[in-house]
Design a protein around this ligand. Structure first.
Ligand code: ZN
Length: 139
């Protein structure tokens, strides 16, 4: 079974290369001053304070470097079966993001080059299969 439905379409999307097999992109923003952030918001720039139309949406590459990782052995939400690994990644485009490591990823340690892809997961709310973003060790 396949799906093109994204679990969190407000923060990531299919790469411009097309829906299948292409690297996903993160939906971030950029300020007129050059500061890049994630996720997109219009409240204000953390660097210069500009807001409104000074902030424009932009697509960020998921390529980056692993800063830290931690295994979660027990989660309060029963829809999140443990164990799973949380990763903190410094994106090449600037922002630092926290996400989940793909289950089949090779072991990772800080300094590792990372990328992300979309994997099918069961939505806790609807029970349907949707695509969610997972980081994985870059080859
Ligand atoms: Zn700014």
């Amino acid at each position: 079974m396949s799906t093109d439905k994204l679990l969190k379409s407000n923060i990531y999307s299919f790469g411009s290369g097309g829906p299948r097999g292409s690297a996903p992109v993160l939906l971030g923003g950029q300020c007129r001053c050059g500061y890049v952030f994630f996720p997109m918001q219009a409240y204000g720039c953390e660097q210069c304070g500009n807001h409104g139309d000074a902030l424009t949406p932009c697509e960020l590459s998921t390529g980056g470097t692993l800063l830290a990782e931690a295994v979660v052995h027990l989660h309060a939400d029963k829809n999140r079966p443990a164990p799973f690994t949380i990763v903190k990644v410094a994106l090449d485009d600037g922002p630092v993001v926290r996400s989940v490591l793909a289950e089949d990823s090779a072991a990772v340690s800080p300094g590792q080059r990372m990328t992300a892809r979309l994997v099918p997961v069961r939505s806790g709310e609807s029970g349907e299969t949707v695509l969610d973003l997972r980081f994985t060790a870059a080859i």
